[in-house]
Every structure is written in C-alpha cells, then in structure tokens.
Design a protein around this ligand. Structure first.
Ligand code: FAS
Ligand code: PHB
Length: 394
C-alpha cells in the first residue's frame, strides 16, 4: 500500500472537481484529483454549451477565463419556437445580463492543462476508487493504479464524481434522500463543422418533437432532436437527422441550415434528480454527484459551478480564517438554489417536448405557456432571469 496526504481529496476530474482544485490552489490549499477515466476520455466528452455570467465570473476568478473570452460567444437572447412560430427571449434587454456560449469540452481542457501545468496531481484511470472514514477527521480514499493500491488521507473529500460516481453511494440510505423524475425520451445530439443556422440558440417544440439549434463557434454547430429512449445512434444517419431537424425547425430556418458530416453523434437520457444532504461527515457532494437537470435549461454545468463557488468559499474560509460557516451551511445554501434550477429545467422540458402520455388538454397547456410568454414581458422576464442564472445567495 502506498500512502499520500493532502488537504482536500477531489474525486472526479470533470468541471466541478477541476474548478474546485483551481480555486483552492489559487489560495495555497492543496488537493489531489482522482478520476476513473483517462484524460483522453474526459477531454473527449461533448456536453454543455452555455455558461451563465456568474459562471463566467467564477472562471475569471479562477484565472481560467482567457481562452473563453477569446473564443467564446457572448449571447443576449435566444428563440423559443412553437410549430414554426418564434418568440425571442431578449435576455440582454430584460435582465441587463448575457450568457457565454463556450463548450464544456473546451473548459475541461483548459482546466486540466492549467492544473497540470501548476503541478496539480491528477490521477487518471484510477481503479476501484473507494472513500473511507468519511465521518472521521481523517477521511480517506483508496484506489488502484498500475497494480498498486494507494490510500490518500485528507481533511475533506469532495465527491465531484458525477451521477454514476461512488461518493454519493457512500452515504447511508438512512441519511440520504433522493428525488427523481426520468423523462420518456432522450436527446440525440450532433456536432458538425458548419456555421450555425442562426446567430442565437433556437429551442423548438414541434408536433414531431423537440429540437435545439446551438453552436460551439461561428464555424462549429451543435444540434439536438428529441428521440425515443429505444433509439440508438446507429438508427440515425446524418441525412435522416438533417431531414428531421429541418421539419422541426420549419422552412424559414431550414432553408439556411448548412448540413454536413457529423463528427460526433450521441444520445443522452434526460432526468431530474436531487440528493439531500450534499454533505455527510467530512465528505461534500458537488455537481452531478448531487443533482441532475434535463439540459433544456442549459443548467447542469452552471449548477456544478455554483456548488463549487460555495464549497471553495467554505474551504478557503476554513483554512484561512478558521471560519466554518460556509462549510456548515454548504448543503442548505446549494440546495435552495438547486431546487429553483430544477424547477426551471423541468418547466422548460415540460413546455418544449412531446410527451407520449400527454392528453390533448396538456398539449394545449404547452401552447398556452408559449402564448403567455410571447404576450407577457413579465413572463418573458421570468424565463430570461432563470436563463442568465439566478443570483447565488451565500
Ligand atoms: P461530470 O460527470 O462532468 O464529471 C464527473 C467525473 O467523475 C468524470 O470525469 C468521471 O469519469 C468521474 N468519476 C465517475 N465515477 C468515478 C469514480 N467512481 N471514481 C473516480 N472518478 C469517477 N449540461 C448542460 O448544461 N447542457 C448540456 O447540453 C448538457 N449535456 C449533457 C450530456 C450528457 C451525456 C451528460 C452526461 C451531461 C450533460 N450535461 C449538460 C450536464 C453536464 O454538463 C454536467 O452538468 C457536468 O458535466 C457536471 O460536471 P461534474 O459535476 O464535474 O460531473
Ligand atoms: C449545447 O450547446 O450543447 C446546449 C445549449 C443549450 C442547452 C443545452 C445544450 O440548453
């Protein structure tokens, strides 16, 4: 057995774990990150695309925002579409704020590169990661690497290991309470090296199903269509995807669609999920390890970053000022915001997708939601303030 020590053990090298490590490093607090996947697998994931301005500021504070500002696209609005009728949510005009279109893939690569350059230990391809003694003052994790078993001892463990991670499972079922809603469809997403069909994002409800037109840059587009959970990527040729997307966004948009060979194609399931509490002993859960939202509200990554803004403040105040206020309040502070963001993501998903079980009345309720938003600046403002990001009340 090989032994290591650090102040904060971080399980998971996704955006949550990496950002936490960076914010702690900037304050001279040590951490070791352990991930079960290889660096290539982690950097090859295609996920989120929209950052709230609060997330942008957190990345600036972490001194990791340079490429984001150079290559990212600030946006001040997006379109909602219903059977070919459009309504722009004027995010800038209604809130005075904007969002940043910048791929999670790029953010993860920026963070990994900087963390390694600054000498952070990131253990990739770690096997059998297992937290132990999480309620003691010396919580540990064990893992295997290159045939050797390693134990890391720290003051705290942060479970940034995503929905399928190991840390949440360490919390006894007598303590942990979970809430879940699984949606009866998935999102089929493609990446294509073609200019986006529009300058801003389009979220479309069509009788054939939901569609989203997004982007990664002015030359790289990201598109999604709702698909049955029984579908496989192999069921969808590029041509079939482009034909379906064109039908769902309508002729006025489709005529400007530049199609081509996709270089990434994947299907993601949709779920709403919350685990309470987000702390057990000296182990904290952050990001997808604690909550999942359907991507319709562009919130998953932003919620993870918000958790880390609270957790990093708590750990820094603990180590620098012996003040445990934010660590003791971490779960309550985060969950208050998590549930409001869960609501928004559920609301957007319910309004914009075709649900097989919906009655004619419920379908009319979806249309009525759109008509209400279209006809009410107050309703549009509510959508806008959630989309740019609710204030982080600490
Ligand atoms: P992550 O899942 O990113 O990272 C967790 C890390 O922990 C991974 O690297 C994993 O390898 C590691 N890990 C897991 N188990 C482990 C173990 N036992 N030991 C060690 N390490 C372990 N959000 C949006 O806002 N918009 C989107 O369009 C969007 N699309 C998504 C598509 C998919 C398929 C998925 C899964 C998520 C999507 N999300 C989207 C949400 C996503 O962006 C997450 O919110 C974001 O990745 C959260 O970051 P982390 O909490 O760091 O978790
Ligand atoms: C994306 O570009 O991947 C994206 C954008 C907005 C969403 C979901 C995904 O709501």
């Amino acid at each position: 057995m090989k032994y290591k020590k650090t102040q904060v053990i971080i399980v998971g090298s996704g955006p949550a774990g990496l950002l936490l490590s960076q914010l702690l490093h900037n304050e001279g607090i040590s951490s070791i990150i352990v991930d079960r996947q290889s660096r290539e697998r982690i950097e090859g994931r295609v996920r989120a695309g929209v950052l709230e301005w609060g997330s942008v500021q957190a990345l600036e504070e972490a001194k990791i925002g340079e490429r984001m500002h150079r290559e990212g696209l600030p946006h001040e609005g997006f379109d909602l579409a219903f059977d070919g009728e459009f309504h722009r949510i004027d995010v800038g005009g209604l809130t005075g704020k904007k969002v940043m279109v910048y791929g999670q893939t790029e953010l993860t690569m920026d963070l990994i590169a900087q963390r390694l350059e600054q000498g952070c230990e990131i253990v990739f391809s770690a096997g059998d990661v297992q937290p132990t003694d999480v309620t003691s003052n010396t919580p540990k994790i064990q893992y295997t690497k290159d045939g050797e078993t390693v134990e890391i001892e720290g003051d705290y463990i942060t479970g940034c290991d995503g929905f399928h991670g190991v840390c949440r499972q360490t919390i006894p079922s007598t303590v942990l309470k979970t809430y879940e809603k699984v949606y009866p469809f998935g999102w089929l997403g493609v990446l294509v090296e073609k200019p986006p069909v529009s300058d801003e994002l389009i979220y479309a409800n069509h009788q054939r199903g939901f569609a989203l037109c997004s982007m990664r840059s002015k030359t790289r587009s990201r598109y999604y269509i709702q698909c049955p959970l029984t579908d496989n990527v192999e069921d969808w040729s590029d041509q079939r995807f482009w034909d379906e997307l064109s039908l769902r966004v309508g002729p006025d948009v489709a005529r400007n669609l530049e199609t081509g060979d996709s270089f990434e194609k994947s299907i993601a399931p949709l779920r709403s999920f919350v685990a309470e509490p987000m702390r057990y002993g000296n182990m904290f859960l952050a990001g997808d390890a604690a909550h999942i939202v359907p991507p319709t509200g562009a919130k998953g990554l932003n919620l993870a970053i918000a958790d880390i803004r609270v957790l990093s403040r708590g750990l820094i105040e603990h180590y620098k000022k012996s003040n445990n206020h934010y660590l003791e309040r971490y779960s309550d502070i985060c969950l208050k915001r998590v549930w409001k963001v869960e609501r928004f993501s559920w609301f957007m998903s319910t309004m914009l997708h075709q649900f097989p079980e919906f009655s004619a009345f419920e379908k009319r309720m979806q249309r009525a939601e759109f008509d209400h938003i279209q006809g009410s600046e107050t309703a549009s403002s509510s959508i806008a303030e959630n989309y740019v990001g609710l204030p982080l009340e600490m």
